[in-house]
Design a protein around this ligand. Structure first.
Ligand code: M6R
Length: 361
């Protein structure tokens, strides 16, 4: 049942305020300015003993894991990184007993992720699952974890699950942070930020008409560039994947800082750039990148917290706490991919060559 929407993708994008409300529900502990995550099966002493966090996933879940790794490093100050599960399992990785492994999967059935989890368990590692589908293979195989509670996702491309997975990682990072060195006041600040998310998502969704107009302008492009820095880079990667999957427009995502090391050679009027430009400590650096692109007559769409004068269009998103900003900046770009594909007459819910869950090697 599409509930009045023309596609599941549109329905699922529209459900995100409620979905985020669900992942937060019952988990916030105001007394200690932290969050409760009962299913982790990880006590405080064990949590303090973690020396690294390694996050494994594929596709969109990998991108959510990249943001998760940044959140864990930032809030809990534990070295963390994300890697595609498929790469990890084929390279005979060093499995370390002081590392917490986290497997991320919407379906909980992706074979590459499941195989990585099984290999890790065979070697005695501790593995948590961040999964949407309750009772799925990865959820059962993991030592503990958290459900992202996005509700059923039918469209082949993931939208609301991406957003909810990132919020789930923010909760995990806050939880680990408050067991370690994150202060009460930072805990409070982030909890307030988390509570604001559903209303801010609703606000973003109201700008759909504006995004649709921009999408119709870009619909004919041969190729598009996506750039972001630090927190914005995984957002750029995910937005570029979304566009590729449903519009079949070729897209590349680069850290903005890498532009001058090669991809700047591609910039010309026919290659539009989507730039993630949050109001954070890197704002001036990002503005300089926009100038570089403008100097080569590149068209720019900025996703930012305020109008960017170097950009041809700016989608302004509401500001949250800096650490949580990437959660919101991805949402307008889901709509951008959607309306671009729609303008091109694509079969949005069932893009060619793709399956909802990849249960084979
Ligand atoms: O179910 P999973 O999260 O494990 O799926 C992983 C990827 O196959 C999935 O995210 C894929 O990239 C989607 N088509 C993204 O829109």
């Amino acid at each position: 049942d599409m509930g009045g929407h023309d596609t599941y993708m549109h329905k699922e994008i529209s459900e995100q305020a409620d979905a985020v409300d669900r992942v937060l529900r019952g988990r916030i502990d105001d007394r200690f300015s932290t969050v409760h995550l009962g299913g982790l099966n990880l006590d405080a002493r064990e949590a303090r003993g973690i020396r690294r966090v390694k996050i494994l996933g594929c596709g969109t879940s990998y991108h959510a894991g990249m943001i998760g790794a940044q959140l864990i490093e930032e809030l809990a100050r534990i070295p963390a990184d994300a890697e595609p599960a498929s790469e990890f399992r084929y390279r005979n990785p060093v499995v370390d007993p002081d590392t917490l492994y986290v497997a991320v999967s919407q379906s909980g059935e992706t074979y590459d992720v499941l195989a990585a989890v099984q290999e890790l368990k065979r070697k005695g590692a501790r593995v948590l699952g961040v999964v949407n589908v309750v009772g799925s293979a990865i959820a059962r195989e993991a030592d503990g974890g958290m459900y992202v509670h996005a509700g059923p996702e039918v469209c082949v491309v993931s939208t609301k699950c991406f957003t909810n997975t990132v919020v789930a990682f923010a909760l995990l990072a806050l939880h680990l942070g408050r067991i370690r060195d994150l202060s009460v006041s930072d805990g409070k600040r982030l909890i307030e930020g988390l509570r604001k998310l559903p209303a801010q998502i609703a606000e973003i969704l109201k700008t759909e008409d504006e995004i649709k107009k921009i999408a119709e302008e870009y619909a004919g492009a041969q190729s598009m560039m996506f750039i972001g820095r630090v927190r914005g880079y995984p957002v750029a990667l995910e937005a570029s994947l979304k566009l590729k999957e449903i519009s079949y427009i070729h897209a590349e995502a680069y850290p903005a800082s890498e532009l001058k090391h090669g991809p700047l050679a591609l910039i010309e009027p026919a290659l539009p750039t989507v730039a993630i430009v949050p109001d954070d400590e890197l704002l001036e650096k990002n503005r300089a990148a926009l100038e570089e692109i403008k100097a080569r007559s590149g068209r720019i769409l900025a996703v930012a917290h305020r109008e960017q004068e170097k950009a041809d269009h700016t989608i302004v998103v509401p500001k949250n706490e800096t650490e949580l900003d990437p959660i919101l900046m991805g949402i307008p770009l889901q709509l951008l991919a959607y309306h671009t594909a729609l303008a091109m007459g694509r079969d949005i819910d069932k893009p060619r060559n793709l399956a909802k869950s990849v249960t084979v090697e």
